[in-house]
Design a protein around this ligand. Structure first.
Ligand code: ZN
Length: 378
C-alpha cells in the first residue's frame, strides 16, 4: 500500500513524512481515527515507505522487491498483531500467527475492512476478539530478533483497544524498543486504550473523511456512477468502509423502507411496526446497520433543512425530508432520534438481539416524534 492509495488524510501523511525527513519519527506511534478513516491503510503505507529501498520524497516506489513484499503483507520484517479468537474446533490458539493467512487474505482484498468484518471473516460469531497475554509475549519475542533484511523491523498492532490489562506486558517494549524498531498501533478510540500505553506513544489523529473525498474515490477506484457515489459519500458519515458496505447493499433500496417506517411511527401503527421489525430483524446485521445509518442520514438532512431551508438531497428523498422538517418535531427530538439510531446500531453490531433492539428503537422513536421524554426501555 502506498500513501497515494490511502483515501484523503493529507495532513497525517505530511506529518508522518515530515517526522521521517527530520529524523524524528518516534519508535512508538498510534494512528487513531474512527472506523473507516483509513488507520490500517495508513500504517501499511508508512511501513512500505520505511522498508522501500528506492523511496521518493513523498511515497514508496511501489516497484522494488521490498515494496512487493509489503504489498503482499509478506515482508519478513513487517509483523502484525490483531484481535483473534480461540478456536477449539480447529485447535487454534488466540494468536495472530495462527490467523495470519486469513488476515493477509482479507486485508489484501480490502484494507478498509473493519474489525467487525475481520471477526466475521474468521467466524468469531458471538465471540469477542481478544489480544492475549501470550500474544503480547509473542510481540516482544518477534521484535527481539534481528531484522532479516538488515533494515528496520516494524510491528503493526491493529486495535490495541483489544488488549486487556495484559497490554501492560508491552510497556517496557514501548518505552525502550530494540534498535531499528517501529511500533505502529492503529486504534479507533483513544479513550479505550490503557492509559499506561497511551501516555507512551505519539498520537496521530485521523479526521473523518469528507463526503467529496469518499465519493470521488468511489468513482475513481470502483467506477461507481457519480450520482450514486455522491449519495453514498453523504450517507457514509466520514467512513470509507461504511461507503463500501453501503455500495454492496445498495440494491436494498432503503428509501421506501425508511418512509414506511416513519409513516407507521407517525400513525402509531403498532401491528405494522411489529411486522416491519420482524422482517428487518431477519435481514442480517450488515443490512440492519446500513439501514439505520441511512435513516440517520435522512434525519441529519432534516435538521439541515429546518435550519437552512435546504439540504443536499433530491427527488423523493428531498420531498420526504421537507415534510419531516415541517412537522412539529423539535430539533432536540430529531437529535435524540439520531442518538437512538446510533445506540441501536452499536448494540446490534455487538450481537444484541436485533428484534429486541429494533422494537425498542421503534418505541423510543415514536415517543421522540411526539416530543415526549422517554425513560430507559432496555
Ligand atoms: Zn519500493
Amino acid at each position: 500500500m502506498q500513501f497515494s492509495e490511502v483515501v484523503g488524510q493529507a495532513t497525517a501523511k505530511e506529518h508522518l513524512l515530515g517526522m521521517w525527513q527530520q529524523n524524528h519519527l518516534p519508535h512508538a506511534l498510534m494512528i487513531c481515527g474512527q472506523e473507516g478513516t483509513g488507520g490500517l491503510p495508513l500504517a501499511l503505507a508508512l511501513a512500505q515507505y520505511l522498508l522501500c529501498s528506492q523511496k521518493g520524497a513523498s511515497d514508496a516506489c511501489g516497484q522494488c522487491a521490498n515494496c512487493g513484499k509489503v504489498a503482499k503483507m509478506e515482508h519478513a520484517d513487517l509483523h502484525f498483531s490483531f484481535p483473534t479468537i480461540k478456536d477449539s474446533d480447529k485447535k487454534k490458539e488466540a494468536l495472530s500467527d495462527n490467523y495470519i493467512k486469513e488476515f493477509r487474505k482479507l486485508m489484501r482484498q480490502q484494507a478498509y475492512s473493519t474489525t467487525f468484518d475481520w471477526l466475521q471473516y474468521i467466524n468469531a460469531e458471538n465471540k469477542q476478539g481478544n489480544i492475549s497475554a501470550e500474544e503480547c509475549r509473542a510481540i516482544i519475542e518477534k521484535l527481539s530478533l534481528k531484522a532479516y533484511e538488515g533494515g528496520q523491523k516494524i510491528m503493526i498492532i491493529w486495535r490495541p483497544e483489544y488488549f486487556g490489562k495484559e497490554g501492560n506486558i508491552l510497556l517496557k517494549l514501548i518505552e525502550e524498543p530494540p534498535a531499528d524498531t517501529v511500533l505502529i498501533m492503529v486504534a479507533e478510540s483513544a479513550e479505550s486504550i490503557l492509559p499506561t500505553i497511551l501516555s507512551r506513544v505519539q498520537l496521530i489523529r485521523l479526521l473523518p473523511l469528507s463526503p467529496v473525498q469518499i465519493s470521488s474515490e468511489l468513482v475513481r477506484r470502483l467506477q461507481v456512477d457519480e450520482a450514486k457515489a455522491k449519495q453514498l459519500g453523504l450517507i457514509a458519515d466520514g467512513s470509507f468502509s461504511a461507503a463500501l458496505s453501503l455500495l454492496e447493499h445498495i440494491e436494498n433500496d432503503f428509501f421506501p423502507m425508511a418512509r414506511q417506517w416513519f409513516n407507521m411511527m407517525f400513525t402509531h401503527n403498532g401491528i405494522g411496526l411489529s411486522k416491519f421489525v420482524e422482517d428487518l430483524a431477519k435481514s442480517g446485521r450488515e443490512p440492519q446497520k446500513n439501514f439505520l445509518l441511512y435513516v440517520g442520514h435522512l434525519l441529519q438532512a432534516t435538521i439541515k433543512q429546518r435550519y437552512t431551508g435546504h439540504c443536499r438531497l433530491a427527488n423523493e428523498e428531498l420531498a420526504f425530508v421537507q415534510k419531516l422538517a415541517a412537522t412539529s418535531m423539535s430539533i432536540e427530538a430529531i437529535s435524540t432520534l439520531i442518538e437512538e439510531l446510533n445506540k441501536a446500531s452499536f448494540y446490534i453490531q455487538r450481537n444484541a438481539s436485533a428484534r429486541i433492539q429494533l422494537q425498542a428503537l421503534s418505541i423510543r422513536m415514536m415517543y421522540a416524534i411526539q416530543n415526549k421524554k422517554v425513560s430507559s426501555l432496555n
